[in-house]
Design a protein around this ligand. Sequence first.
Ligand code: IMP
Length: 453
Amino acid sequence: MPVIGLQWGDEGKGKDVAIISSSLNENDVIVRFQGGNNAGHTIWYNGKCFVFHLIPSGAFGKAKMHLGGGMVIDPYSLKQETIEIPDFENEKHRISVSPHAVLTLPTHCLLDTISEKKLGDKKIGSTGRGIGPSYTDFVWRKALRVGDILDVNFKERYEALKTEHFRILKECYQYDPEVDNFTEKENKFLEGIDFLKTFEVKESNLLIQETFENGNNVVAEGAQGTLLDVRFGNYPYVTSSHTIAGGIAPALGVASQLVGGALGIFKAYVTKVGEGPFPTELGGEKSSVWCRDKKYTEEKEVYPNPNPNSEDLFEQGVALRRMGNEIGATTGRLRRTGWLDLPLLNYAVKINGVDKLSMTKLDVLSGFNEVKVCVKYKINGQETKNIPFDISRSEIEPVYQSFPIWKGKLSDYDGKLPEEAVKYIQFLEEEIGVPIIRVGTGPEEHHSVEKYW
Ligand code: IMP
């Protein structure tokens, strides 16, 4: 079953995957099929917060975890991340890696950050983790893959690719990698390669076929979100992989009919990190510039107690960020915030073949006097529920509908949801045409309501 983010990432997929994983057994598999350590999946376990970047969100369950063929892997980052896993040495046998996954080299990270710098205010706002350049090398047919690390010529092949990257950095970007202590970065990479060698390397397609043949389950955990898909997101403000459910088949080498419908995850509001269009952003342009330039500590100084019901929409956005703790799990950046956008959500639901929905973080809206949702757009005076080809080039005016807010905290309702919340959810189900099977009411696994009616 695919678990896919329906917005710009950070929808809380990790929590849903962790909930699902608690009912999986040791013969089931959770697989990541795309992306790299640009992802940040936050999981609360026993009251403690864990953030995983490469490892599928199943560390606290029994199922096998697989890093699939469509991923890009920074081996040192993988090593660092495993330190997070309690009793890792005893859990390691549950993790395998596809030989097709592409290696992220330290020079990929440099190419990512230096090329972004050069773009100035036209930058994508990448996480700087080398994701774009790693995928570029893959489609350019120059990449090194996990399966190459056992090749006796691996070191020479690495040196050749590094030399090529150095040439690009020097000639195209006038940047000398040696000035920033490249040797230290390289040593960490090589340490990561040695660590990677200690994992089982397994073809994703074989693992998945075996799992299905034995009647067991596969959960394909998406990273980022639909609106960051390299083709169907808001290009060019996207990541470099296919984040949609249709990306699973070519990433893992499984037949498309095996992929099936998807569980789509969306947040009760919308957030975005990085640049690009965001029609329902609270505070509009001011918010996007603020989130690009300010640090969390600076924001806290200026807005120690932001008012969610302020007349100023920008301040409402700051309050939403504070209430939802919307700070990037990977980069620490401020996430831009805004109201739920149904035209975009409906687009994402259709493109992924979503047949079940999970809405996360509804509790975060409790501080507002009303819940707003964008039900359609006005573009050049015309109302539409469809999204234009390039939303960054369209003047979009969101049309909102408001709903009354519930009283108190959602956790006060003891496993049920208040009438106001139920009416709001039923409205969304009607507008989207897909059932919402779970609603998040807090960060931990038990903070969710499955039967809200
Ligand atoms: P990249 O994937 O690092 O190249 O970044 C490209 C765009 O995707 C930037 O706007 C990033 O902020 C965004 N992005 C990448 N990974 C994530 C994620 O896990 N959550 C949210 N946004 C992401």
